[in-house]
Ligand binder design. Structure first.
Ligand SMILES: [Ca+2]
Length: 657
């Protein structure tokens, strides 16, 4: 046995005097296939990711007095936690899409909840790199990527996937995700409360009512249940004698499953716990600032996880990965800013980008004409959402509570976490904060340019323009995606400045449909002041070559045109709704506008009954949204009321976000 084999045996934690085991290892190391991975895997740590759904740092180790998380607290006491970790997206699929690729989802076209796009040409998901490094790869069990994965991405990805099924001596990378803390569990599967609702700290944006206190107490209870699951995984590791051989991460997939948490890309929706443990054996791979029981101020986000895990496995992260490795051989200094985003959530479109430097949080609302509390069926199932909305409708919400529901949204929001942990005092208009505002605005714009954010295309155009290629690749091709022109028009449109109106009208004549789209959207966002002087241009836009320009123009005229203009515009929307005549993205876009108009579009009531609720789609993941919108539209036409009462079918409940 050569020295190389002895060293790998020693890394496995085997005492050299255990000769019998030594001999056995000698035999297996001679086997050809095994030798290949043993060589590749030499000196590699096991890596275990314990993940949970939908919760922020409401845990003892993060200093929350109501936290009931002894297992993760103990892990943090012997490891380290990150005080400022962001999931990048406030909802599952886009967040997980960012993790699996090491790229912010808006650069790959995978930002929408849910969607499906091809991986950028020549780029790989992180498990592919780990396989080459000799790892046994398991995922138990949620994937939910908006990127098409290669066959056999994991050695096992199922409810029975487990590191224990690896070959002898093979290092493992294992993910276990629990849904016990998922949003849906708050209302559909209540556990006996472990926290007295009277002890809850209700944030300033939520109303302080018994319903809200109850759901918060339920949330803490469910986070505690997730902690117990983490405890089981850690015990299993210890029982197998692997605790001191394995690097452990604990994190949640985004912020709390409560309204203005999940789906909202501010700090409350994006901040997640991240606790890491490096056993002494692998301490040399730990973050530079690692200290037992320590708390790191470094900014980390989901884009960092792929490069970090590659770095831990001894693989140099490729240049195209957009995050920063915070541990391992190839760790680098942390970034000055981390970023967040929101696109479509289920059936409702919004478009927000956010950034933090760790103290200030900046949100850029590119769709200021819709509220943060826009109707999303799943979210309206919660008592908190319902009671909050009712109080707002009754005029009883405080300004901090009302902002969530108001339209238009401020184009920019700026919060100081140090003085305003609930993010309710928007400082964007405060002259004393001008330098901070400009700095974060510049950081957000620079990031959009750096990653070539393709979210500035209507969702259907992301797909149409990338046919035969990928959204990422066309995003980097100025001929197919003239980023600067589109971005500038989106900035102008959503900035809401009245003096921009003439330039927006000129944008309607641009050769690029996305520039025309933002021109129309900018007029719509300005309400009658934008639409009335431009009705002739908008009527021309009703016959634009791009269906997304036509739909946007119809929305503007339906809302703010004359009676006859509005009638014709609603007819145009109706022409884009049948799934047997339009592609699924056109259908979703048109139905979303009709849903938004609600009773105002009731002239479509009869014809709407003929619209198919099924049709062709490039992927199953898009198919549940037209039926949801059709149901919501029908309910509004029936009742003449907007928004419709919350209702989710059992089938939809099963599809957890
Ligand atoms: Ca989730």
């Amino acid at each position: 046995m050569n020295n190389r084999n002895i060293s790998s045996v020693e890394r496995l934690g085997v005492k050299p005097l255990h000769l019998a085991l030594f001999a056995a290892l000698g035999v297996f190391l001679q086997a050809g296939a095994t030798r290949a991975f043993a060589a590749a895997a030499e000196g590699k740590p096991n890596i275990l990711w314990i993940t949970s759904e939908d919760h922020g740092p409401h845990m003892g180790c993060y200093g929350d007095p109501n936290g009931m998380t002894p297992h993760v607290d103990a892990l943090a006491a012997r490891g380290m936690l990150f005080k400022k970790a962001w999931s990048t997206a406030p909802v599952c699929a886009p967040a997980r899409t960012t993790i699996i690729s090491g790229m912010y989802a808006p650069s790959t076209g995978g930002e929408h909840m849910r969607s499906m796009v091809p991986m950028p040409a020549g780029k790989k998901m992180y498990p592919e790199f780990l396989r080459e490094a000799g790892y046994y790869l398991t995922n138990n069990s949620k994937e939910d990527y908006n990127l098409r994965k290669p066959a056999n991405l994991w050695d096992a990805s199922s409810a029975s996937a487990h590191w224990k099924n690896r070959a002898a001596g093979q290092p493992f990378f294992a993910v276990f995700n629990t849904t016990v803390s998922h949003e849906g569990q708050i209302h559909s599967n209540p556990r006996p409360l472990k926290l007295d609702p009277a002890k809850v700290r209700v944030p300033a944006f939520h109303p302080d009512t018994p319903e809200v206190r109850h759901e918060w107490a339920q949330y803490y209870t469910n986070v505690s249940a997730a902690d117990a699951v983490a405890g089981q995984h850690l015990k299993e590791l210890a029982d197998a004698g692997l605790a001191e051989d394995t690097i452990v991460f604990y994190y949640a997939d985004h912020g709390p499953g409560l309204p203005r948490g999940k789906r909202w890309p501010g700090n409350f929706g994006l901040q997640m716990p991240l606790v890491v443990y490096f056993p002494p054996k692998w301490r040399q791979l730990a973050p530079k600032e690692y200290a037992v029981g320590g708390k790191s101020d470094r900014l980390v986000c989901f884009a960092d996880l792929a490069p970090t895990v590659l770095s831990l496995a001894g693989v140099q992260p490729p240049e195209w990965m957009q995050g920063h490795a915070f541990a391992g051989r190839f760790q680098v200094a942390g970034p000055e800013y981390i970023h967040g985003f929101r696109g479509r959530m289920d059936e409702s479109y919004d478009f927000i980008r956010s950034v933090t430097d760790g103290r200030y949080v900046y949100l850029r609302n590119y769709h200021p004409h819709v509220s943060h509390g826009q109707h999303v069926d799943t979210q309206f199932n919660m008592a908190t959402t319902q009671v909050w909305r009712k109080l707002f409708d009754a005029g009883k919400a405080t300004p901090a509570q009302a902002a969530f529901w108001q339209v238009p949204k401020a184009p920019e929001e700026l919060y100081d976490l140090q003085n305003d942990r609930d993010e309710v005092l928007n400082l964007a208009g405060d002259p004393r904060q001008r330098a901070t505002l400009e700095r974060l605005r510049a950081a957000q714009q620079a990031h959009a340019r750096r990653i070539r954010d393709v979210g500035f295309l209507p969702e259907g155009e992301i797909h149409a323009r990338s046919e035969g290629s990928t959204p990422y690749d066309i995003g980097h091709d100025d001929a197919k995606y003239p980023f600067e022109r589109i971005f500038a028009t989106a900035e102008l449109a959503s900035g809401l400045k009245p003096e921009a109106t003439p330039e927006l009208r000129r944008a309607l004549g641009d050769a690029d449909s996305a520039v025309r789209y933002w021109g129309v959207m900018g007029l719509l966002m300005r309400g009658p002041a934008g639409v009335k002087p431009a009705t002739a241009d908008l009527q021309k836009a009703l016959v634009d070559a791009s269906p997304f320009v036509r739909i946007a123009a119809a929305w503007a005229l339906a809302e703010h045109g004359t009676v006859s203009e509005s009638r014709r515009a609603i007819e145009v929307l109706g022409e884009h709704a049948p799934w047997d005549k339009n592609n699924v993205f056109v259908v979703i876009a048109a139905l979303a506008v009709i849903d938004h108009l609600g009773p105002k579009a009731a002239s479509l009531r009869t014809v709407a009954k003929t619209w198919p609720s099924d049709g062709p789609s490039p992927d199953e993941r898009f198919k549940s949204y037209p039926p949801r919108l059709l149901k919501s539209i029908a309910a509004q036409f029936e009742t003449g009321k907007q928004p419709p009462p919350a209702s989710v079918t059992k089938a939809q409940k099963k599809k957890k976000a």
